[in-house]
Each structure stands twice: as structure tokens, then as C-alpha cells.
Design a protein around this ligand. Structure first.
Ligand code: ZN
Length: 136
């Protein structure tokens, strides 16, 4: 069994944003030559996250970011963290820092409407995503 790790750079352009990285994860799987196994997509940042959701209608991303902002406000009289980005830390933990996708016949076993997103909650910044591909 092979285990291959790769780092992907992601440059974000706004404070909050969801960047579709499905094609880049697919390319990493192809380059690894793994036909059957799985891939872990991990975000090593405390104010960003990884999620899987619809990548057909861009309104879904808009609506998700809007709801995250409603549930977790940018400012709150109770926040103590002096960096001023407590909302981004909370969103990161709410969404989660990794996803795992199965690899079948050399391709990602995603549903028809599913895509893998890097979620920026305190941009714009230069970020990275770690991808680990396991299998044979
Ligand atoms: Zn902070």
C-alpha cells in the first residue's frame, strides 16, 4: 500500500470564501497512481476549514456563508480573543478541518453534486491544504 502526501497552496481573495478544490484533489490522486483507497484532505489552519457540499449551483455556497455569518456574528460583546477573529475560529471548528473521500477506479467517489471546498473564514490569505492519498 502506498501513502503519499502532497501540499496544495490556496490563495483566498475575501474574508470569507469557499474555494472548490475538487479538481486539484483529483489531480493529486491521479498523479499518485492510486486506483483503490482513500484520500484525506486536511486544513492545517485554525480559521479555515474543509467541507464537502454542492458545487453545481453557486447559490448554495452563498447561502452557506450567509448562514454561517448569521449563526456566528463577526463581533460579539462576549468575545475575549484579542486578535479579533473569534468568529473565524468558531466557524473553523463548526465546519471541521478535514474530509475523507474514497477512491474507486482511480477517481474520487463523490456524489454527482458534491465538491470539496476549502473554507476561508479570515482571509484574504495564502493558505495550504494537506492531502494524504492511501491505497494501491
Ligand atoms: Zn485568532
Amino acid at each position: 500500500m502506498k501513502i503519499i502526501q502532497k501540499e496544495l497552496g490556496v490563495s483566498t481573495r475575501s474574508r470569507t470564501e469557499m474555494v472548490d478544490i475538487t479538481g486539484r484533489v483529483e489531480a493529486a490522486v491521479r498523479d499518485a497512481g492510486v486506483r483503490s483507497g482513500d484520500v484525506i484532505v486536511f486544513c492545517p489552519h485554525t480559521t479555515a476549514a474543509i467541507t464537502i457540499n454542492e458545487n453545481a449551483d453557486p447559490s448554495v455556497v452563498h447561502d452557506m456563508l450567509m448562514v454561517f455569518d448569521e449563526v456566528i456574528p463577526r463581533s460579539h460583546p462576549g468575545y475575549r480573543h484579542s486578535e479579533g477573529n473569534s468568529d473565524a475560529h468558531c466557524k473553523s471548528s463548526l465546519v471541521g478541518c478535514s474530509e475523507q473521500v474514497l477512491i474507486k477506479n482511480g477517481t474520487l467517489s463523490l456524489g454527482t453534486w458534491q465538491g470539496i471546498y476549502f473554507c476561508e473564514f479570515d482571509g484574504p490569505r495564502n493558505r495550504k491544504v494537506v492531502v494524504q492519498i492511501r491505497g494501491e
